[in-house]
Write a protein that binds this ligand. Structure first.
Ligand code: PMP
Length: 490
């Protein structure tokens, strides 16, 4: 074990060792029942006397942090409640440069929710941002990983190209062509999820203080990203047909935005899709006002009914739209594979930055995904997922009708994962969440999706895809109960 010891310090060496172990035990790095090194061995490793180690261990024993078991060794004891209290109350003095960092300005919905998840045993979560993990084609991937390693050997473990594995880019071109988007492998950049694509594009095109136009509401983690970059985020209202393009021209003239971020299909959080007329009008406007579009097509493939709309990228005469999509939603989020489609200097610069930030996305995983896509399992998996998710959406809509008060409104989504629910004006989703959590159901409250962090207080997002029908029915029933209870007190 390598314990940093300062031989020139005024703190005696036995105390340094004691402090090292005490911190490790209290922070949970050393867990109960873990065995500490034998004093003779540790003394040898550190080049100090055995008695010094024994003195350190004696202090820890006296404080009930470790114990000796005859003939077996020295072991970490479970922390008594008092010691964990001490840890909570003990303030670490961070160096000044750390104290200057401003953190946690915004409440991150996921964090609040994951804390709550621990409260109830039979919690039904409608708060997730992706599909049902039970549908993940894990077994197919296990087999594909093995066959790729057999096939490619060491090559699969090298860095690989910064723009991404060529054959995967070719496969993506085919998948996109099947959705009506024509492109070339030379215009595709593989990223670590589409989240990295959003970061790469916004870091490249914007600087602090620049205006970015977004749908209001929109994807909360994109808002986090734009806030981190100190951008001026301006929301454009949405209606049942997507972003209100009619309101856009005035903003373009007044604010000179540097980027428009939009999710045209089955939007997060509202589930709405932009109609065809607005898509064409948007492209015409950005052309006139010289503003790039960042199109986030995170679940474009998960369509349950209705006409397939062309992506904005497919309507782009060239170089106006930067398109991003992901395999997180239709396949497996843990692959961390997303991609960008772009042309011109912006593509080259995105590749250069991707290389600078993380050299490349995992070569092995890209090869595995390519192999999976080529075998054609992807299309089968997609059809299967759509079938299941469509049924779950219908189950949730039916349950909402049955169990929630009649003055609650929803717009049935035609794809994706989310139902955006509008509560009566006087009910706040933020106030509802703790009560719902006690009742064993959680959701994503609406305000985290709004650019200024406020507004949308009476909205909430429900994920209908991540739970089986019985849980959806039960979860909505619980939600109905809490809403009724909350109303009684108002
Ligand atoms: N865009 C939207 C709209 C999302 O909801 C998400 C994930 N929830 C992402 C992008 C990022 O997904 P990933 O990085 O896993 O591709």
């Amino acid at each position: 074990m390598r314990i940093p010891i300062d031989h020139y310090s005024v703190i005696p060496i036995y105390r340094q060792i004691e402090i090292f172990f005490r911190k490790a035990i209290q922070s949970g790095t050393l867990l109960p029942d873990m065995r500490l090194p034998a004093s003779r061995k540790l003394a040898e490793d550190l080049g100090i006397s055995r008695i010094t180690i024994e003195n350190a261990y004696a202090e820890l024993k006296a404080d009930g942090l470790i114990t000796s078991r005859v003939g077996s060794g020295t072991y970490v004891l479970p922390l008594c409640p008092l010691s964990s209290l001490e840890i909570k109350n003990s303030r670490v003095t961070w160096p000044l440069w750390q104290q200057d960092l401003v953190i946690g300005k915004e409440i991150i919905a996921g964090k609040v929710l994951s804390k709550r998840q621990k409260i109830s045993q039979h919690l039904i979560s409608f708060a997730a941002g992706s599909g049902d993990p039970c549908l993940f084609p894990v077994e197919d991937f296990r087999r594909t990983i093995q066959s790729v390693i057999r096939r490619d050997g060491i090559t699969a473990f090298e860095y690989g190209e910064p723009s991404g594995f060529t054959r995967l880019r070719v496969s993506i071109v085919r998948v996109l062509a099947s959705q009506g988007l024509q492109t070339q492998p030379e215009n595709i950049l593989i990223t670590s999820g589409s989240q990295q694509a959003l970061a790469l594009v916004s870091q490249l095109l914007l600087k602090p203080g620049d205006v970015i136009l977004v749908e209001s509401p929109t994807y909360a983690r994109a808002l986090d990203l734009f806030r981190t970059l100190d951008l001026k985020i301006v929301g454009i209202p949405l209606d049942h047909h997507g972003i209100q393009v009619e309101k856009l021209e005035e903003l373009l003239q007044q604010l000179h935005p540097k980027l428009i971020y939009t999710i045209p299909n089955f939007q997060n959080p509202t589930g709405v899709s932009m109609n065809s007329w607005r898509r064409r009008r948007l492209i015409a406007l950005v052309d006139r006002y010289n503003v790039p579009i960042l199109e986030d097509d995170f679940v474009g493939d998960l369509r349950y009914e209705g006409r397939a709309q062309p992506s904005l990228k497919a309507l782009d005469p060239g170089g106006r739209v930067i398109y991003t999509s992901t395999f997180s939603k239709m396949l497996l989020p843990g692959l961390r594979i997303g991609f960008v489609v772009a042309e011109g200097p912006v593509y080259q610069e995105l590749v250069r930055r991707k290389h600078t930030y993380d050299l490349a996305s995992s070569n092995l995983i890209q090869r595995v995904l390519e192999s999976y896509l080529t075998i054609g399992r992807y299309q089968t998996h997609l059809r299967y997922s759509c079938r299941i998710y469509r049924r779950r959406r219908d189950t949730m809509l039916k349950a909402i009708k049955l169990h929630l008060p009649a003055d609650i409104s929803v717009t049935p989504p035609r794809g994706g994962f989310f139902i955006w629910l509008c509560l009566p004006e006087n009910i706040s989703a933020k106030n509802l969440l703790p009560l719902a959590s006690e009742e064993g159901v959680i959701f994503a409250p609406g305000n985290s999706f709004f650019p200024n962090g406020s507004g949308g207080d009476n909205y909430l997002r429900l994920n209908f895809a991540a739970n089986p029908p019985e849980e959806i029915e039960e979860g909505v029933k619980r939600l109905g109960k809490v809403i009724k209870r909350l109303r009684q007190y108002q």
